[in-house]
Ligand binder design. Structure first.
Ligand SMILES: [Zn+2]
Length: 579
């Protein structure tokens, strides 16, 4: 390229960027900070920045701009999930320290999958209106991979720490080198060294896994024993201008962490009701608390085999990870699996989890009423807490604690930005902030679940229609209907099928046609057959055809069957059964 050509193309680029404008007209802005809805506004986005906001009558969109009619719609800042882990996939095999199923799924395969699916996982976040994610415990390999997504329009902004600094490491994670999610710290010197070791990988903050008791040890004694190490890590991180997040679920660890300068607590206290002094300290030190209300429930429901997944998740989650949560119904380790099932359905476990649930709820309400900064975070990636789609469950749990919709929205937007002092960059619909926005079809103040009614997601200034963010695939369609079948959810089961679906006995005997007939057939089965579980033994995908070999537990019988799905226009158009 000649210099002239080079200059010309540079000018073109500059001109293009000058005129790359989007006008969202006649929209109602959800003003998070003032807790007000401001109607009939026009918001101007230039490149990736909000450059103007005025009443619609005062501003005219030039014909060269992209115009989005915001009539009857609500403009909200993009959401933040302040507690995720990309090294975990959300499915059954992702935490071998909790349940060791490595003989069915090698841990290496899980790690590789987490890396390979990161791009899709990020798109899923965006699809759910989450334009910022904070990974509070990653690996060096994920810190490296994060760089790939920094400038991608279809990836949320990612903030990430390195491995969790901990005084206790589960043995399954040892010696994984750059895939290791933990760095074991035994002394004060180790603590300082481990912070310095992370610096070349450019973490956005440092995270401590403050585990005071791993069984017989008393939490108070353990917490105090490890305190010098915790202090040393916090001091070294602060010296390097890095904030410190701490995992602390006991009152004693949370209190010691806060007294010694931690910036961000990634869990709620769940063993004691918080005293006013501690709440005052949280406020005085500007500590942000991510209450992480639902992650425990994901474990209890999966391992106790009492899964109840809402339609929202059946449609929006990664269907393969979601499907794996049901594998305990057919994996051959009957002894191990039945022990988990027995424990999570025992009176002791149920009353323990009721107790910690209710303490979490009371503590959240107390902190929220006292205006402690709360940030929404799911702990996604853990078993049963699926990336992106679990956000709604977390919001609903916050709602159940008694928080107002305005406060929940603050926790999900501006407070997430405050964790890393990014409140001048994103978190409200304001001039000069990043154009990370969601346009909703319904008012989120009237009903917080309306945050799922997304018309457009605007990320880094680029406008997306949510459904286009995740590419439909034949195997995803087949998997979604299989998941819903196993959960006896008729609406989610029918969703992947075409309205005029045809069901055959192979090769050409038509059984029936149309979704309505199909609904009647399956509804009857879902309501009446006592044991119903379909195990996928093998799947072949060829173009638009999916061939599933299945073992179906049907009442007392086990039937071996093959189902052949023909996909047309992103729906299952024909099914052929071979029994
Ligand atoms: Zn976590």
């Amino acid at each position: 390229m000649t210099t002239k050509q080079c200059i010309t193309s540079l000018l073109l680029l500059i001109c293009f960027s000058i005129f790359s404008q989007t006008y969202i007209t006649n929209v109602t802005i959800v003003n998070i900070e003032k807790q007000k809805l401001i109607s009939n506004q026009t918001v101007v986005i230039t490149d990736d920045i909000i450059t103007n906001i005025q009443p619609t009558r005062k501003i005219k969109a030039p014909p060269s701009s992209i115009i989005i009619d915001g009539t009857n719609k609500f403009l909200l800042p993009g959401l933040t999930d302040a507690h995720v882990h990309f090294f975990q996939n959300g499915g059954l095999y992702t935490r071998p320290d909790v349940i060791d199923l490595r003989k069915h799924m090698p841990y290496r395969t899980e790690i590789d999958l987490a890396h390979k699916s990161m791009e899709e996982t990020l798109r899923r976040y965006l699809q759910n209106g989450i334009t910022n994610v904070i990974d509070v415990g990653a690996t060096y390999n994920f810190l490296k991979q994060k760089e790939e997504f920094n400038y991608k329009d279809d990836a949320p902004s990612i903030y990430m720490t390195g491995p969790l600094l901990t005084t206790y490491e589960p043995s399954v994670y040892e010696n994984l080198q750059h895939d290791e999610p933990f760095s074991l710290v035994k002394t004060v010197e180790d603590g300082i060294k481990m912070v310095q070791e992370q610096l070349p990988y450019h973490p956005d903050f440092i995270k401590i896994w403050y585990i005071a008791s791993t069984g017989s040890e008393n939490a108070e004694i353990g917490a105090k024993k490890y305190l010098p190490i915790i202090k040393a890590i916090i001091n070294e991180a602060h010296k390097n201008n890095l904030k410190v997040a701490v995992h602390a679920t006991e009152r004693i660890t949370a209190q010691l962490a806060v007294e010694n300068g931690c910036d961000f607590l990634v869990h709620n206290v769940e063993d004691e009701i918080l005293q006013d002094d501690f709440i005052k300290l949280l406020k005085k030190n500007n500590v942000i608390v991510c209450p992480t209300m639902t992650v425990h429930d994901g474990y209890a429901k999966t391992l106790g085999q009492k899964i109840n997944i809402r339609n929202h998740e059946l449609l929006k989650a990664n269907p393969f990870q979601l499907g794996s949560l049901l594998d305990l119904k057919h994996l051959p380790d009957t002894l191990l699996i039945s022990q988990y099932k027995k424990y999570f359905n025992s009176k002791v476990a149920i009353s323990k989890s009721h107790k910690s649930d209710s303490i979490r709820m009371v503590n959240l309400k107390k902190m929220s009423d006292a205006d402690v900064l709360i940030a929404t975070g799911t702990d996604a990636g853990n078993i049963g807490t699926l990336h992106a789609s679990s956000y709604l469950n977390e919001i609903k749990a916050m709602k159940n604690s008694g928080m107002s919709n305005w406060k929940i929205l603050q926790a999900s937007t501006i407070n997430g930005a405050k964790i890393l002092n990014k409140e001048n960059e994103f978190g409200t619909v304001s001039i000069l902030k990043k154009a990370n926005l969601i346009l909703l079809n319904a008012n989120p103040i009237e009903d917080i679940e309306n945050i799922t009614k997304i018309d457009r997601v605007i990320n880094k200034g680029v406008v997306f229609t949510p459904n286009t963010l995740i590419k439909e695939t034949p195997s995803a369609l087949a998997q979604r209907q299989l998941n819903a079948y196993n959960l006896r959810n008729i609406d989610a089961f029918l969703e992947p099928y075409a309205d005029d679906v045809e069901i055959y006995v192979y090769p050409d005997k038509l059984l029936y046609k149309g979704k309505e007939t199909m609904k009647k057939q399956y509804l009857k089965m879902f309501e009446s057959v006592p044991h119903l579980h379909c195990e996928l033994k093998e799947r072949i995908v060829q173009g638009n055809v999916v061939i599933d070999k299945e073992f179906v537990q049907f009442g007392d019988k086990v039937i071996e069957a093959v189902a052949i799905y023909h996909i047309e226009n992103d729906k299952i158009k024909k099914v052929f059964f071979i029994e």
